[in-house]
Unconditional design. Sequence first.
Length: 137
Amino acid sequence: MAEKRERKLVPIEFNGYKIVSLKYGELKETEEKLSAKLNVKFGLTKGNEKGIVELESFFVNHNKKVQGTIIVRGNFTLDGSLSDDDAQKFLGQNGAAMLYPYVRTIISVVTSLDDQNVSVLPSLNFVEAYQKINKVE
């Protein structure tokens, strides 16, 4: 018989992040049509107790003629009593939402180093995005 685990008060805890990759440089004239984009990847360990979220953001500032890409990986601990679906949901939307402000801050700091015209990523609604991707009503 499977052991039933006691639920924790907080279903997900953020354990820190690491910058995996950061590239920043001039925007080439041939790349003038580029726009910002964000990719989210996540994975769970067996038992749903540990998770990783990876955010990859391409950012561009056409006024400054600069572009960049950053990949940030966040580590999380989850309540092991969560179902597979709940663990994926918490990690996919809450984990990404917890990590995103760090990505925004890093981009703002990097772009402020060569000019006072700072690039700032927009705020995002990760719950809405998760629901669209998974067609949740």
